[in-house]
Design a protein around this ligand. Structure first.
Ligand code: HEC
Length: 172
């Protein structure tokens, strides 16, 4: 079992206990509805859930079936994505967005980023949707450590990476 899957399993178990204790807030672990103001945190939380930001920006989120506790959401991922672009790391959005003004966020969200970040999805969001995401991430508050820095293609990354290199299915 990979360490990341093991971590996901541990988080899943811890989360199950936490929920059964009744401590989970609906915004963090229940299903969220797109209510509230169009640029408010409730809608932002909904957008974060349905647009898949946690899949990469939250360690173990996808492996846990989306049940990672809100305390770990968007805290960045130490597992890199390696490909022809070099090695990228899903940023700690809790720290990055805490440092940005609304104007800086709207500008940053519309700039190209390296793969596999779906930056074009952010680019195509309305200003209200982006403001809602900012409000939701600010409500979660700053937490965690910065993700590792980008490693250019001619340098070797340290630690764990996922290789994006297409190869014949039979190759081992
Ligand atoms: C498939 C994985 C993946 C998904 C899904 C994803 N991201 Fe990313 N994200 C990344 C990676 C990798 C980077 C680093 C890109 C780089 O180094 O240029 C990144 C970078 C970013 C940055 C730049 C942070 C900074 O410090 O400037 C922002 C903002 C961001 N992502 C927001 C989002 C949001 C919001 C969503 C959901 C709509 C999302 N991401 C979904 C992988 C992902």
């Amino acid at each position: 079992m990979s360490s990341s899957l093991f971590r996901a399993a541990a988080v899943g178990i811890a989360c199950g206990l936490w929920m059964s204790a009744g401590a989970a807030s609906a915004a963090e672990n229940g299903r969220v509805s797109p209510q509230g103001s169009p640029d408010g945190p409730a809608r932002g939380m909904y957008l974060l859930r349905i647009t898949g930001c946690n899949d990469c920006h939250t360690p173990g989120y996808a492996e846990s079936g989306g049940s990672t506790p809100g305390s770990a959401w968007l805290t960045g991922n130490p597992v890199g994505f390696s490909g022809p672009w070099g090695t990228t790391y899903a940023a700690n959005l809790r720290l990055a967005l805490a440092r940005m003004s609304e104007a800086q966020w709207l500008q940053r969200a519309r700039q190209p980023m390296r793969p596999p970040m779906p930056w074009f999805a952010l680019r195509d969001m309305s200003d209200d949707d982006l403001r809602a995401i900012l409000a939701a991430v600010r409500q979660l508050g700053p937490a965690g450590q910065a993700a590792p820095a980008f490693v250019p293609p001619d340098q070797h990354a340290q630690g764990l990476v996922i290789h994006f290199v297409p190869q014949p299915a039979a190759a081992r």
